[in-house]
Design a protein around this ligand. Structure first.
Ligand SMILES: [Zn+2]
Length: 258
């Protein structure tokens, strides 16, 4: 899945500044244009990869399965997975910066606004993919955005109050993905060699156990609360669009001096 992401994702010179929340485009130097903060690529990758999982299991599957339980009383359709794109991962990173109890409304609004503009621009040249359409819906509707933020934070904190059917269906997805990620070769080999039913059963059980352990490990491999608390410090400090506000204030005080 991750390999697919990098092939698909050729916008890797676009990044979200973790200090001021500015979305930099075509910036291969990885130094944020407005605030001049160099990007900590190692931490950024960890955060963005974690965001992907939080979106997938904490929001996408959850909203889909909750909808099914609500309307049909059961889950009879398995959700087909669309991997998140940059934009929604940035939004999730903004949501995660609030898990330590910080007020992150400004950061989220700041990032959401830029995403909306970016997707609007994108839609003028190409037809938006379903993932982008979903993201556009999140950033365009206040209620959906609030739900997204809550669900991402729930995933991180592990404190979602889930219907058992929803929780089980998500756990199943999470384990199956952890089971098969990067293991397709092993799986194909075993399937072609093993014809004995018992051996097959044993292998699947083994893989399932490994998958469950791996899923648990992946959940714990996220950013620490301390790291998240430090995110977007410029936005938090200046309460709002940091760079614009600063220049506006400067201009305003310059005017006043005259
Ligand atoms: Zn910046």
């Amino acid at each position: 899945m991750r390999r697919f992401m990098t092939v698909e994702n050729n916008q890797n010179t676009d990044f979200l500044c973790l200090e001021c929340g500015h979305i930099n485009e075509n910036n291969s130097e990885l130094i944020c244009q407005p605030c001049q903060t160099p990007l900590d690529k190692t931490f950024y990758d960890l955060l963005i990869n974690y965001s992907l999982r939080a979106i997938r299991y904490g929001y996408n599957y959850r909203t889909n399965y909750e909808r099914q339980v609500k309307s049909k009383g059961k889950i009879n359709e398995k959700y087909s997975l669309l991997d998140p794109q940059n934009e929604v991962q940035w939004l999730a990173a903004a949501a995660l910066s609030g898990v330590a109890g910080n007020l992150v409304y400004d950061t989220i609004k700041h990032v959401a606004k830029q995403i909306k503009i970016r997707l609007t621009e994108k839609s003028k040249t190409i037809e938006l993919k379903q993932v982008d359409k979903d993201t556009f819906e999140i950033v365009s509707d206040e209620q959906t955005l609030a739900k997204f933020v809550l669900y991402i934070q729930n995933y991180y904190k592990g404190n979602a109050k889930l219907d058992k059917r929803v929780a089980d269906a998500i756990a199943e997805e999470e384990i199956v993905h952890a089971m098969t990620e990067g293991k397709s070769e092993q799986l194909t080999n075993t399937l072609s060699k093993q014809e004995n039913g018992k051996a097959m059963q044993k292998m699947f059980l083994e893989m399932f156990k490994n998958g469950a352990e791996e899923a648990k490990k992946l959940r714990q491999q996220g950013p620490t609360p301390q790291q998240l608390e430090k995110l977007f410090s410029l936005v938090k400090k200046n309460r709002g669009n940091p760079v614009d506000k600063k220049t506006k204030n400067k201009k305003a005080s310059a005017k006043r001096k005259k």
